[in-house]
Design a protein around this ligand. Structure first.
Ligand code: SAM
Length: 239
């Protein structure tokens, strides 16, 4: 997958060189290209913002640098069309389903807004996706892009050490994951549940499913409403 990120703070995206996303880039699974929006300005001050029409506080990002940037990035590979993603509090709430959908795309372009946001005509012209990472307001789209890209990158083939682990994660089957444990067997007087040490894989799977169901019902009942449940699942929830 190729991912271009357009921002006025390219340094904000440096964590993408680390850990799992960094390794995905080293292996060639992911190709992240960060661009400074100011490279597409034409005045001496490299201006990207202006006062909002209609008045009010703050500044709005002007359309011309965005359009020039997106035209040039799109033209860099005329054989394909990128999916243009604009992080914004007004966007579709980001979810694991959404991450799975984006992970199937060969090419994403992220537009990181700042100030009061990007002139709406840019969004109308270019955006395929407007995504919100939650009901709060960040100072810019960079952190939202980091969140989205990390969630997407770990779903790309071969990025996780064990390909099964993404399928077991919270939200993959609509539920939260069961609690996890490692050594030591007893820590601060608390013992790891016996079933996890039993070697009985079927019993472990049943225990995990029951834990996931009860935990989700307690913490995120909204998820249980939409999860696919078997009769055995319903029996666990009603117990
Ligand atoms: N005036 C805008 C509003 O009230 O919706 C907020 C602009 S915010 C200060 C600047 C930029 O941060 C936005 O253009 C967007 O790129 C990003 N941003 C802020 N909160 C976000 C969120 N919850 N999800 C995704 N992006 C967000």
């Amino acid at each position: 997958m190729r991912a271009d990120v357009v921002t006025i703070f390219p340094a904000y995206l440096e964590p993408l060189r680390l850990s799992l996303v960094g390794r995905a880039q080293e292996r060639g699974t992911l190709d992240v290209r960060t661009h400074d929006l100011r490279a597409w300005t034409s005045d001496v001050h490299r201006t990207v913002d202006d006062a909002p029409y209609g008045g009010g506080p703050g500044m709005v990002m002007r359309p011309e640098p965005w359009d020039a940037a997106l035209l040039e990035i799109a033209a860099s590979d005329p054989a394909r069309r990128p999916r243009v993603v604009v992080p914004t509090p007004a966007g579709r709430p980001f979810s694991q389903r959404h991450a799975e959908e984006l992970a199937r795309e060969p090419w994403l372009v992220f537009c990181c807004g700042r100030y009061e946001g990007i002139d709406s005509r840019v969004i109308d012209t270019w955006a395929d996706d407007e995504i919100s990472i939650g009901d709060y307001v960040l100072a810019g789209g960079e952190v939202a892009t980091l969140v989205i890209l990390e969630a997407v990158a770990r779903l790309l083939p071969g990025v996780l050490g064990n390909s099964a682990s993404a399928a077991d994660d919270s939200f993959s089957d609509g539920l939260l994951e069961a609690p996890v444990y490692t050594r030591p067997q007893v820590w601060r007087g608390a013992e790891v549940p016996a079933v996890l040490r039993s070697g009985d894989h079927a019993a472990v799977a049943r225990w995990r499913r029951a834990q996931a169901l009860r935990r989700t019902l307690l913490r995120r009942p909204d998820l249980v409403e939409h999860a696919e449940l078997s009769d055995a699942d319903r029996a666990v929830l009603e117990a």
